[in-house]
Design a protein around this ligand. Structure first.
Ligand code: AMP
Length: 145
């Protein structure tokens, strides 16, 4: 059975096209729907709770930056529709899984740096997404040329 609704999880980094390209190729090959999500992580989640800055201001600033970056990405990938792109605040795995459930997605596409050893201690979003996933998860190898 072909996938019908793919959710791209993206960090909106410079290398995000490595995940967007196969996603849009699958979209045209399968004729499926494509949605995208970027999760804005509260800085406290990434750097510990003691960030000496106003959380409200940080929240707004992060949202503005992510929106501006998402607009740039949308310019490069016109088959992605703005109404199918979602910005969420929180912990990536929880937010991505919840959105996949809410939208009825049957595949999550994520990039993977294939970290191992000590680097794994930094955490891998791809590995994290596998645990308790509500649907299939496809990891795109970002180390490949
Ligand atoms: P990382 O494990 O942080 O190196 O990220 C690997 C992949 O996870 C990225 O290429 C994205 O596909 C996805 N990802 C990372 N951070 C986020 C985020 N904040 N929101 C959505 N997807 C993300």
């Amino acid at each position: 059975m072909a996938y019908q609704h793919i959710l791209i999880a993206t960090d909106l980094s410079a290398e995000c096209h490595r995940v967007l390209r196969p996603a849009t190729q699958m979209q045209s090959a399968l004729g499926c729907k494509l949605s995208l999500v970027h999760v804005i992580e509260p800085l406290g989640l990434r750097f510990g709770a003691d960030v000496p800055l106003d959380p409200g201001i940080l929240h707004d600033q992060q949202a503005r930056q992510a929106t501006a970056r998402l607009d740039e990405v949308l310019d490069d990938w016109p088959t992605l529709l703005p109404q199918d792109c979602h910005l969420r605040h929180g912990q990536p795995r929880a937010e991505i899984h919840q959105l996949a459930r809410d939208l009825g997605c049957d595949l999550i596409l994520v990039g993977s740096h294939g970290r191992h050893g000590l680097a794994l201690l930094l955490g891998s979003t791809a590995s994290d997404l596998l645990s308790d996933a509500p649907c299939d998860v496809l990891a795109i190898n970002l180390k490949k040329d």
